[in-house]
Design a protein around this ligand. Structure first.
Ligand code: NAP
Length: 252
């Protein structure tokens, strides 16, 4: 059971950063993986890299926040697999500003992509997850969902909502053998945080506050996601695992 042989997985936002590392990890463990991006070119490029390694995978263009795309994605997975064993709600975005500086559309978009879309998608996949018999949903949340990390209030709101979505769905769906967990990364080396890395003072402060004195790699987050996806984690549901280099254990 330290593998994902015979499993079908879906990873949203699978061509970059944590999503890309997760696709690679799940494939290496034996799963068949479907991944999304909003960009066909990125999909074609990643798909051909993966097929060269003889992996079984399919990319599909999808904006997780659009209802038509969510429906197309559900149909796509149904046609290819008939059921879904692993759903990784990874796609996310942020716009970092002070609360009074947001345009309404900006903060609504953050909530739409990071909080509403995982709820809609997970609900739409309910029948396929149930059909798996042993399904696992993993939501990629953030340390920002539990503590203020000065990355903008709407992002923090979206991720803390995602943590409660995880706990509530875990309780509701345990009877259907659908486990629902989340992973909360601290700063992870991806395009998502380039803006932060370029602000020397902020970067130094983050490193100083992190006991392990570095950012996570996307592969370190992906490994935690893969563990939660496995049947080895069969009694773990409604939990949040922080991948934070010791940050939450550190007071000074
Ligand atoms: N990096 C960090 O330090 C960090 C820390 C805590 C939590 N996280 C969380 O980890 C997740 C992945 O972030 P990352 O660091 O890997 O960032 P990234 O490299 O910027 O990747 C973000 C991914 O989200 C996808 N995405 C964004 N908006 C989307 C939409 N409307 N529809 C579909 N896909 C969309 C992007 O897909 P396309 O652009 O290809 O469409 C991309 O694959 C996010 O949920 C983020 O909040 C990251």
């Amino acid at each position: 059971m330290w593998n994902l042989d015979g499993k079908t997985a879906l990873v949203t936002g699978g061509t970059k950063g944590i999503g890309r590392a997760t696709v690679l990890e799940l494939l290496a463990l034996g799963a068949k993986v479907i991944f999304t991006s909003r960009n066909q070119k990125d999909i074609d490029q990643f798909e051909s890299e993966l097929q060269e390694k003889s992996y079984i995978c399919n990319g599909i263009v999808s904006d997780v926040s659009l209802e038509d795309d969510q429906d197309r994605l559900t149909d796509f997975v149904f046609e290819r697999s008939g059921s879904l064993d692993i759903l990784v709600n990874n796609a996310g975005l942020n716009i970092r500003k002070e609360a009074t500086h947001y345009e309404t559309e900006e903060y609504r978009k953050i909530l739409e992509v990071n909080l509403i879309a995982p709820f809609e998608l997970t609900r739409k996949f309910y029948a396929l997850l149930k059909r798996s018999g042993k399904a696992s949903v993993i939501n990629v949340a953030s340390v920002a969902g539990s503590q203020d990390v000065k990355s903008g209030t709407p992002y923090a709101m979206s991720k803390s909502g995602l943590l409660q979505q995880t706990r509530s769905l875990a309780s509701e769906w345990a009877q259907n053998n659908i486990r629902v967990n989340s992973v909360s990364p601290w700063y992870t080396q991806t395009p998502f945080v380039e803006e932060v890395i370029n602000q020397k003072e902020r970067y130094d402060k983050i490193i100083e506050r992190t006991p392990m004195q570095r950012f996570a790699s996307p592969e370190e987050v992906a490994a935690t996601i893969a563990f939660l996806a496995m049947e080895k984690a069969s009694f773990i549901t409604g939990q949040n695992i922080k991948v934070d280099g010791g940050l939450s254990a550190n007071a000074l």
